[in-house]
Design a protein around this ligand. Structure first.
Ligand SMILES: Cc1cc2nc3c(=O)[nH]c(=O)nc-3n(C[C@H](O)[C@H](O)[C@H](O)COP(=O)(O)O)c2cc1C
Length: 167
């Protein structure tokens, strides 16, 4: 059996994060071919290009973790109709130094959940074609579903949509 390593980034740093719960559900539902592991970004300092000449250990470890997986899954809420600050900082770290973008040619997908009936990552332009995830070569697939958890529970397999760009 060929296995594919999928690294997932949880956009929320909150202890009680519902997106972390969603990630756990996805790990349970993933077919055996997918080896799921979390890529944490909580120890990254705020990015500045001053670090580019000599990435600190946390920055190197983060980029190494992305390099070690076949695909990346972002499991994230939206904060103020945008990407949570910590996750955006992580994306900036991964995208640099210039010419060494960790997301280039990396199949990626985004999923998220929100307690709001009509909100969530599907409604925010920040997660769309003109947002930073697409800018760094990650793919975005939307399906707004109010009963997402129930649908997940019924799902037999987790299919990772491939990136529209950067493959
Ligand atoms: C700073 C902040 C901004 C938020 N903005 C949005 C928003 O734009 N859209 C939305 O659907 N929910 C928003 N929410 C509500 C979150 O969806 C809710 O807190 C959810 O639990 C966040 O996911 P998490 O538990 O995984 O952190 C916001 C929450 C916070 C703390």
């Amino acid at each position: 059996m060929t296995t594919h390593k999928v690294g997932y980034l949880i956009g929320s740093l909150a202890k009680g994060s519902i997106n972390r719960r969603l990630a756990k559900a996805l790990v349970r539902l993933a077919p055996p071919e997918l080896e799921m592991s979390e890529i944490s970004f909580k120890d990254l300092p705020l990015y500045s290009y001053d670090y580019d000449a000599d990435y600190p250990p946390a920055g190197k470890a983060f980029k190494d973790a992305i390099a070690a997986v076949n695909a990346v899954l972002f499991v994230t809420p939206e904060y103020n109709r945008s990407i949570p600050g910590g996750l955006k900082n992580a994306i900036d770290w991964a995208s640099r130094p210039y010419g060494a973008n960790s997301f280039a040619r990396k199949p990626s997908a985004v999923i998220g959940t929100s307690p709001g009936a009509i909100d969530g990552v599907g409604t925010s332009p920040e997660f769309g074609e003109r947002g930073p995830l697409v800018a760094v070569g990650a793919g975005v697939q939307f399906e707004t579903q109010e009963d997402g958890f129930e649908q997940l529970a019924r799902a037999r397999t987790l299919r990772l949509p491939y990136a529209r760009t950067g493959i």
